[in-house]
Design a protein around this ligand. Sequence first.
Ligand SMILES: Nc1nc2c(ncn2[C@@H]2O[C@H](COP(=O)(O)OP(=O)(O)OP(=O)(O)O)[C@@H](O)[C@H]2O)c(=O)[nH]1
Ligand SMILES: [Zn+2]
Length: 347
Amino acid sequence: MHDFSKLSQLGWRTHFQQQLSLQELETQQAYRVIAQHRSGYQLAGVSGEYHLAIGHSMPLITVGDWLLLNNDMSFYRLLKRTSLFSRKAPGSKLDTQLIAANVDTAFIVCSLNYDFNLGRIERYLSLVNQANVEPVLVLSKLDVCTDPDIYIDQLKQLNSNLIIEQVNGLDASSTSVLQPWCKDGQTVVFIGSSGVGKSTLANTLANSETFATGGIREDDSKGRHTTTSRALKQIALGGLLLDTPGMRELQLTDCEHGVSSTFDDIQKLEQQCRFNNCQHQNQPGCAVTAAIEAGELEPRRLLNYQKLLREQANNTASLAEKRAHFKSQTKMYRNIQTESRKRKKNN
Ligand SMILES: Nc1nc2c(ncn2[C@@H]2O[C@H](COP(=O)(O)OP(=O)(O)OP(=O)(O)O)[C@@H](O)[C@H]2O)c(=O)[nH]1
Ligand SMILES: [Zn+2]
């Protein structure tokens, strides 16, 4: 039988429970994927942890997913997700890589120094909005910044509703502002460039050295995956944290909704342009250009919006094209094989 209070500590919600039939409630057990390794998945459930080997008939599964297992611990089915992070798989021409599922909050970490870059933050926000996850902007290294307000003012201009927190990741009294998102089975993913202090922050919140600082790398350019095991770690506060070391090179794919909602100010303006297909380049009646001229919209923001939209469209199209090409090639090889078999038989 299911012990739902125990499962809720692992992030179980009514969204998942509603998917179970009466029969499944009696005969299957729910497990959460807490880590992903080359050979399989580490699962956690009411009766403890279990290693599930990857099987041929399984769908694509990622850290954070909820699975139903049969009594003999074999895979039964994957439950529908509340949210899903994915990106174009580094080094692969064909695949989308799943990063994490069923995440509640994304801490977008950027340090209050050289790393601060509005364009990059908009890119991360697009990914997080597409995944259907709540973003929290975490500005790290507060202790080495003399004037954080300069940065905060710029961020507020992106979207006045953004949740922004400033922390010194090395100091628990400072990171406590993030505790409300890290309790009671809530799942938090950390994203941000290398060296901004994600692992340091996660360790301080965990009150232990659970997450490796520095170190773990994934070679994006050549697609070599060194240490790609991703793991959800439960901390004493009750939340489950996922550090993502391999997110340095982040190309958007299938992300139109995410980009649009990140730039909803421009979206609203676009609807007021005289022409539906307005390019916002000196076309008559362009509301976007008018907003720029009135100083209400930064030209940088428009350029980044257009760039991210193009990038995700190009990646989505090229993935679709490559998949189609792969399919037609496979079909061609199969036909050649069948023909040659027929010929041999007739000889
Ligand atoms: N002064 C100061 N240093 C920090 C802070 N947060 C992290 N650091 C330092 O910054 C360096 C990088 O921190 P990490 O936590 O490894 O960064 P990361 O984002 O996890 O990096 P990757 O694992 O490469 O993605 C370490 O030397 C930390 O000690 C902070 O708030 N203040
Ligand atoms: Zn326009």
